[in-house]
Design a protein around this ligand. Structure first.
Ligand code: PLP
Length: 393
């Protein structure tokens, strides 16, 4: 076989999808798969949603790109929809999650620099976090391999208030935290912890930054997960679901937190272009329809109950269930990639993550029927494994 010309930084499963429709993907042989991965929490409205298709094609026949040298109506509308429905006063639009994090880091540094406190530049982040692949995001994640990395990050244990308190110094500028650690294995912060982090930040004049790239845009049954804790951050990074499959990211902030980033200090060629903004605006329009988020919450709770039953019935196959909303996970006793591959063969797509889990992160439009189908396939898998293990014993 001819070697692929693609840089081999991924390790794809042996399948090629050629078409998507709603909660289903179809491969080259027209085999149908129930998509409980949604391109890693991206296809919030499923595949080829009619409203997104209409927005894309209509805008695509008018104007794709014109540069931020000009005023862009779609960009302004999308930013207004976001600010009307969140804590934020202003939004910077970009093309990916890691760019939204990069903007977050720059905003923090710029804020304290403008306050004549450049010595306050360190950002506290968490063990097991994931914030992206640029140098800033890698440093925030705490991942090495490209030394020297960007300095200025302190990593502490997640959900551990004493560890966080102990890490705060006069040089601390911000805390950056995922409300649920997605890549880390769908591990939620407790609501009390998020509230305590907010209080600590207020007490010390520290900016609270949320990475809601995976948890935002309806995934937990609220537009943003922070709403569950009844708090508001100063800065928030969003991406993935916001474009429904079109590359789009956003950095949301209060006027105060954003005050240091002034003209010329940040920018993007593609960020906020008319095409991406039209798609993003349509995603939000759909998610903000009355009843949509309530339905996400209802179906998520149903999926959660079914996962707990599965866990109880097959403790030799699954050792834990966790997560929030439609960002759920089962910890596997066998290798999680092997489990994901076995489920793929059965026609169910799930995504492996840290701590040997498989993530169930379906499109937000799934129904109870889709959940039943996924649970049926998971049960079939667990039964087969249990029978095999039993006969080997
Ligand atoms: N932050 C979180 C919480 C993520 O889950 C991801 C991607 O998985 C990123 C940041 C990076 O986003 P992107 O891959 O769009 O750069």
């Amino acid at each position: 076989m001819q070697q692929s010309a693609v840089l081999p930084v991924f390790s794809p499963f042996p399948v090629r999808f050629v078409r998507g429709e709603g909660v289903y993907l179809f491969d080259e042989n027209n085999r149908k798969y129930l998509d409980f991965g949604s391109g890693v929490a991206v296809n919030a409205l499923g595949h080829c949603h009619p409203a997104l298709l209409k927005a894309l094609t209509e805008q695509g026949s008018k104007l794709w790109h014109c540069s931020n040298w000009y005023q862009i109506t779609n960009q302004e509308q999308l930013a207004k929809t976001i600010t009307d429905n969140s804590f934020a006063d202003v939004v910077f639009l970009c093309n990916s999650g890691t760019e939204a994090i990069e903007c977050t880091i720059k905003m923090v540094r710029a804020y304290f620099s403008a306050q004549q406190q450049p010595q306050r530049h360190r950002i506290i982040t968490f063990h097991n976090a994931f914030h992206g692949r640029t140098f800033g995001a890698m440093a925030a994640t705490g991942r090495g391999g490209f030394e020297p990395g960007l300095p200025g990050f302190d990593h502490v244990a997640y959900n551990d208030l004493e560890a966080l308190k102990a890490a705060i110094t006069p040089a601390t500028a911000a805390v950056l935290i995922e409300p649920v650690q997605g890549e880390g294995g769908a591990i939620p912060a407790t609501l009390e912890y998020l509230q305590a982090v907010r209080s600590l930040c207020d007490q010390h004049g520290i900016l609270m930054c949320l990475d809601e790239i995976q948890t935002g845009i309806g995934r937990t049954g609220k537009l943003f997960a922070y709403e569950w804790a009844g708090i508001a951050p100063d800065i928030l990074a969003s991406a993935k679901g916001i474009g429904g499959g079109f590359p789009l990211g956003a950095c949301l902030a209060t006027h105060k937190a954003a005050s240091g980033l002034t003209k010329g200090m940040h920018g993007s060629t593609f960020g906020g272009n008319p095409l991406a903004s039209a798609v993003g605006q349509t995603v939000l329009h759909e998610i903000l329809q009355p009843g949509f988020l309530q339905q996400v919450d209802t179906v998520a709770r149903y999926l959660w109950q079914q996962l707990l039953r599965l866990l109880k019935t097959y403790p030799q196959v699954f050792s834990d269930a966790r997560g929030a909303g439609l960002l759920l996970a089962l910890k596997c006793t066998a290798n999680n990639r092997t489990v994901a591959e076995a489920l793929l063969e059965k026609g169910l797509l799930v995504i492996p993550a840290g701590d040997n889990v498989i993530r169930l992160i379906p499109p937000l439009i799934i129904t109870h029927h889709d959940v039943d189908q996924a649970i049926h396939l998971l049960t079939e898998y667990a039964t087969t494994v249990s029978v095999k293990e039993h006969s080997l014993a």
